[in-house]
Design a protein. Structure first.
Length: 44
């Protein structure tokens, strides 16, 4: 994985609600492509 790809993934944010629910911020197409290439499952 290149440093550029790591930088793109580091931009994904996480929000934790008071009840403990964790939400991720909206992902760009580039971030989704990197995650897909790594074989990581995510919900849209």
């Amino acid at each position: 994985m290149s440093p550029h790809e790591l930088l793109e993934l580091s931009k994904i944010g996480k929000v934790v609600l008071r009840d403990g629910t964790t939400l991720t911020t909206e992902m760009s197409k580039k971030q989704r492509d990197i995650i897909k290439a790594l074989g990581i499952r995510y919900r849209t």
